[in-house]
Design a protein around this ligand. Structure first.
Ligand code: V47
Ligand code: SF4
Length: 378
């Protein structure tokens, strides 16, 4: 047994309940729903760091993954009015927003010709005009131009709306997206699964069951996706564990999720600006408990553009093994909600430096976690 494990299991300052949860984790056993709530309510940061680090190093050794990516946000006009969203504009306010055509998006993609990016991340608002025909045409156009660029695009929020409007089933719709060139799905739109809370902060958009069902169908087509959780607003710890539990349950069935990405609620310029943001300590506790609870997820990602590079560095000792990518200042979702990173853009060298500063080993990956470059090998 490692010294850090002994310190927990033999300490007089650690309660029997926490010792019993720690034993499960060190014995590679799954923790229960009630254990998850207990950890949120009672565990301190150093205890959580030890457990989360144990799981993280067992799964990912000392590696920290990143990729070379950029975003394309097709529109910020949206039929929905999520109260945490600082980014969207209603159709009647379309003059304040943007709405890109296929040609305009191809022009953005062409700006990366000859550059070593591996992924385009595409997601945004929901509008009737950007429908099934629009997206299948868009994906085909991108693939014709650059077949090897991985398209990670559209969340169940957009897909549910698109398929309903086109009167196709989720199965038919997802097959059409796959045929058109969609490679994987990002984790957005999950927000918080509890119905009452979801109705309150993200009313009208796809339900938790619909979100999970679209991912399940996608996984059953042999495809991968990510999952997120919006935390640190009006939810309780039980709501967080409920969210994690539903993801863990689906992952048991499909093993289709690559990474889980906790998204900290930022309160700038939205209808929830009166809700205070949680502390960095709470961010780290949340990463750690996510790592411990989601024993069937390979990767936990902290999204540096949203929490800032210093917290992203800290998170690497609390269960996180991935910090997303170069981004190249191509997303506005977080800067508009008041995140520290107002022009999110890092070179691969800067990402490598952030990781080596905290004595971890940088690994450039592609979207599916194939290794592009392992920086421990010169
Ligand atoms: O679903 C919107 C969130 C998400 C706010 O899969 C906010 O690799 C906090 O899902 N405060 C979209 N969060 C972004 C997303 C994502 C990001 C990075 C990587 C991946 C991936 C996925 O952004 C939305 C919503 O939950 N969001 N507004 C806000 N004020
Ligand atoms: Fe629209 Fe997404 Fe913003 Fe909700 S979070 S208002 S669905 S863009």
């Amino acid at each position: 047994m490692e010294n850090s494990q002994k310190l927990i299991l033999e300490s007089q300052l650690v309660s029997d309940e926490l010792k019993s949860i720690a034993k499960k984790v060190f014995n590679n056993e799954r923790i229960l729903f009630s254990d998850g709530v207990y950890l949120f309510e009672h565990a301190n940061l150093s205890y959580l760091g030890t457990l989360a680090n144990y799981v993280r190093e067992k799964k990912n050794k000392n590696f920290v993954y990143f990729n070379r990516n950029f975003h394309v946000e097709p529109t910020n006009i949206c039929v929905y009015t999520c109260s945490f969203c600082a980014y969207s504009r209603l159709i009647k306010q379309r003059a304040e927003g943007w709405e890109l055509s296929i040609e305009q998006m191809l022009d953005i993609i062409k700006q990366y010709d000859g550059k070593e990016v591996t992924e385009v991340h595409m997601t945004g608002g929901v509008i009737p005009k950007q429908d099934l025909a629009f997206y299948t045409e868009l994906f085909k156009t991108i693939k014709q131009h650059r077949p090897t660029l991985h398209i990670k695009a559209l969340t169940p929020v957009e897909l549910h709306y698109i398929f309903k409007k086109a009167k196709v089933s989720y199965e038919e719709g997802m097959k059409l997206m796959k045929e058109a060139g969609l490679d994987s799905m990002p984790g957005g739109g999950a927000e918080i699964f509890d119905k009452e809370l979801r109705d309150k902060i993200a009313g009208g958009k796809c339900s938790a069951e619909e979100w999970l069902s679209i991912h399940e169908i996608w996984h059953n087509l042999g495809m991968k996706s990510n999952a997120t959780m919006l935390y640190g607003h009006i939810e309780t710890f039980t709501h967080r564990v409920d969210h994690l539990e539903r993801l863990r349950h689906l992952q048991d069935r499909t093993h289709g999720f690559n990474a889980f990405i906790p998204l900290k609620f930022r309160n700038g310029n939205n209808d929830m600006s009166d809700v205070p943001e949680v502390s960095v300590i709470e961010d780290l506790r949340n990463y750690a408990i996510s790592r411990i609870y989601l024993d069937n997820f390979d990767h936990i990602k902290s999204y540096w553009a949203m929490i800032g590079r210093s917290t992203a560095q800290l998170s690497l000792n609390f269960g996180v093994d991935d910090i997303d990518g170069t981004i190249d200042d191509t997303t506005k979702i977080y800067s508009m909600a008041g995140a520290e990173e107002q022009t999110p853009k890092l070179t691969t060298q800067q990402l490598v430096d952030l990781i080596t500063q905290v004595k971890r080993t940088p690994v450039e990956r592609d979207t599916l976690y194939n290794i592009v470059k392992d920086y421990s090998i010169n």
